[in-house]
Design a binder for this molecule. Structure first.
Ligand code: ADP
Ligand code: ZN
Length: 649
């Protein structure tokens, strides 16, 4: 084996193919089996308008952003296309019209495995919700159908493939439909990662049920996807609502990779002990290794990738949703539609292939609006590996160029000295000001003129090529620049090269950073199976002094965590010590309650609501009812118990 291996140990399994990783998931077999639905005590909402439903069912005082206008559009019978980031509050935009308009709101969602969960959350609010999919027994199915036809359902969840069947279409004709909500509408986009062919047939909704309003929703921000959704779903007369994609509660941090697993562990221990989070890896093998590593260090971590048996995946997903403080280590197969509100961090151990992917994945943190972290470790090997993957990918030149452009944008984000958020939002066509809540804002990196070091490195590579007729990996060039004698440099008589030892002013780590940044800027390329470095047209411009190269210096101090929390859960951080203790008590009560019901804790109350209760300490049911997130059903069910926990103070 060539000695160049030591430069870039290649993962023992290739990164997953995005398409296959989703395809392999199947969809029908993944759902959690259901029991007989418990009857729901539905509050009487006759004549109630959107604001009243918001208050009584959801327990919220006011609409957020454009929610009100969207809801009014649909309540009035109009179509809407909604682009809003994860956690922006899309669900209310169809749930409230479904409750206000007569009939059942039909929600089309690709996420069969999560339907049970979505329905559970609604039922806990007193909403009569159910779903139809292949996981139901015939008897269960009949029951749901009866309820629908009898007009006793507020909302019915369906998979897109079900809508294509004659039996489901006939069923829908027998009941009254208040609206169609098309969730994850970007699944209609043939160029996206989440394409579902069954979404294409949803254009028929309008022809078959012309009087039923449609609302399509997605958290995918690009203009291309936006346009494609409108066209493919034939939303010709729809009003478009495009929200800001900023997620102010997420702190973005990108660190140079230096023993990624250890770095991850340190990050978790220092800032997210006991928190729920997701760790993304590029390959199935590294998912398993990382999950094992974390488990060995006392972090409760579970693996998830498309290569695991369906029942293991279903079990891990269900545990992640239901239990608190679990870390899911996953490939990109995991995450779409996971509406767990208290995911406190999303960590990437490998470089995502595009800014879109990065933003979608990090967006899964902090849906509840509480402080959360997006943390990415990125290194030389990531650039090398991804550049090589593109080079070796099948597909024509145009396809490769598009992959390269995506990677370049991601690398630019990693190497920027500007605010990460500004850069992210600009990428999605939004203007922004430096945010004060990303690593580059908190500890600004410096820029330096790296032209001379770049020339030294490029010149070394050029000389090796010309004088020795060989290409090497980064390690060899760095050895030469540092004048470091090894068996290999002796054998290759590399000390005779004129660049021998001319780079002693920089450390090895700094040289690796130079290589990484040159690769990121396209001023250097990787080739072949051994990841050897090769010059590009850009390199020649640098060598000919026609181009200067600006580089980023990593800040010496580490970015301070937003708030140092140690073992305190992030959700409790802003509370004073007494309130934090109360929050802990409420959390313990919630955990026990959720366990008894076999439900995720956040379905009882989410962290934001528990915090508000701990801060307000209401002394009566009437006062408790005014806390954000406490609606009628939850007040009736848990009010006394919550007051008892508070009273025990
Ligand atoms: P999305 O579907 O866009 O990702 P969700 O609908 O899950 O977002 O909403 C995210 C969180 O914000 C949920 O916990 C939801 O209850 C809460 N939320 C939504 N709208 C409001 C509002 N008007 N006031 C308070 N909280 C809200
Ligand atoms: Zn910033």
């Amino acid at each position: 084996m060539d000695e160049e291996w030591r430069d870039w140990p290649v993962d023992d399994e290739p990164p997953v193919d995005d398409w296959a990783e989703h395809e392999d998931l199947g969809s029908w077999e993944d759902a959690t089996p259901v029991g007989t639905p418990a009857p729901v005590d539905a509050p009487d909402l006759t004549g109630a308008g959107p604001a009243e439903v918001l208050r009584r069912i959801f327990g919220y005082d006011s609409f957020r952003g454009e929610q009100q206008e969207i809801i009014e559009t649909v309540v009035g019978g109009g179509d809407a296309l909604v682009l809003m980031p994860t956690g922006g509050g899309k669900s209310l935009c169809y749930q409230i019209p479904a409750l206000v308009r007569p009939g059942t709101g039909v929600v089309i969602s690709p996420l069969i495995a999560l339907m049970q969960n979505q329905v559970d959350a609604l039922r806990a609010l007193g909403v009569r919700a159910d779903f139809l999919n292949s996981t139901l027994t015939l008897d269960q199915r009949r029951l749901v159908e009866q309820e629908f036809v009898a007009g006793r359902l507020d909302m019915l969840y369906l998979a897109p493939e079900a809508l294509g069947t004659a039996s489901v279409q006939q069923l829908l004709d027998r009941g009254k439909i208040s609206l169609f909500a098309i969730d994850e509408a970007h699944c209609v986009s043939q160029w996206g990662h989440d394409f579902r062919p069954d979404y294409l047939q949803l254009s028929m909704l309008h022809e078959r049920w012309p009087d039923v309003p449609r609302i399509a929703l997605t958290a995918t921000a690009t203009t291309a996807t936006h346009a494609e959704i409108a066209t493919r779903l034939k939303l010709d007369d729809a009003k478009h609502f495009v929200a800001s994609f900023d997620r102010p509660n997420i702190q973005y941090r990108i660190v140079p990779k230096d023993g990624a697993q250890t770095q991850l562990l340190a990050f978790l221990q220092a800032e997210h002990a006991g928190d729920s989070g997701i760790v993304y890896c590029l390959s199935r093998a590294s998912v398993e290794k990382t999950a094992e590593f974390l488990s060995g260090k006392g972090v409760s971590a579970l693996p998830y990738h498309a290569g695991l048996p369906a029942d293991v995946r279903a079990r891990n997903q269900s545990r992640f949703l239901r239990e608190e403080g679990l870390v899911m280590v996953a490939t990109i197969a995991f995450g779409m539609g996971i509406d767990k509100p208290d995911v406190r961090f999303v960590a990437h151990l490998d470089l995502p292939k595009s800014v879109e992917g990065y933003y979608q994945e990090t967006g899964r943190a902090g849906r509840d609006g509480l402080p959360s972290t997006a943390w990415l470790a990125y290194g030389l090997q990531d650039v090398v590996q991804q550049r090589r993957m593109i080079e070796q990918s099948e597909g024509d030149l145009a396809h490769k160029r598009s992959l390269s452009a995506h990677l370049d944008a991601m690398l630019a984000l990693c190497e920027t000295v500007e605010c990460r958020r500004v850069q992210l939002l600009n990428y999605f066509g939004e203007e922004a000001k430096p945010c004060g809540n990303c690593d580059t804002c908190l500890t600004p990196p410096e820029q330096w003129d790296g032209t001379v070091p770049a020339q030294k490195l490029l010149s070394t590579i050029m000389r090796l090529q010309r004088e020795r007729n060989r290409k090497y990996g980064a390690g060899r060039s760095i050895d030469i620049l540092l004048g470091r004698e090894t068996d290999e440099t002796r054998r290759g008589r590399h000390h005779e090269l004129s660049t021998w030892g001319i780079g002693a002013d920089l450390s090895e780590a700094q040289w690796r950073s130079v290589v990484r940044q040159l690769l990121a800027q396209g001023l250097l390329a990787v080739e072949g199976d051994y990841n050897v470095l090769a010059l590009t047209d850009g390199s020649r411009e640098v060598l000919n002094r026609r181009r200067t190269v600006m580089m980023r210096t990593e800040p010496k101090r580490k970015a301070k965590p937003a708030r140092s929390s140690g073992a305190t859960p992030k959700a409790a951080v802003d509370l004073g010590p007494a309130d934090a203790a109360l929050f802990e008590k409420l959390r313990a009560w919630r955990g026990a309650e959720a366990k008894e019901q076999g439900m995720p804790a956040y379905i009882v109350f989410n962290d934001a609501t528990l915090r508000a209760i701990a801060a307000r300490k209401p002394t009566s049911l009437t006062e408790l009812a005014t806390v954000s997130g406490v609606g009628e059903a939850k007040l009736a069910r848990y009010g006394e118990a919550v007051l008892a926990v508070l009273g025990a103070e």
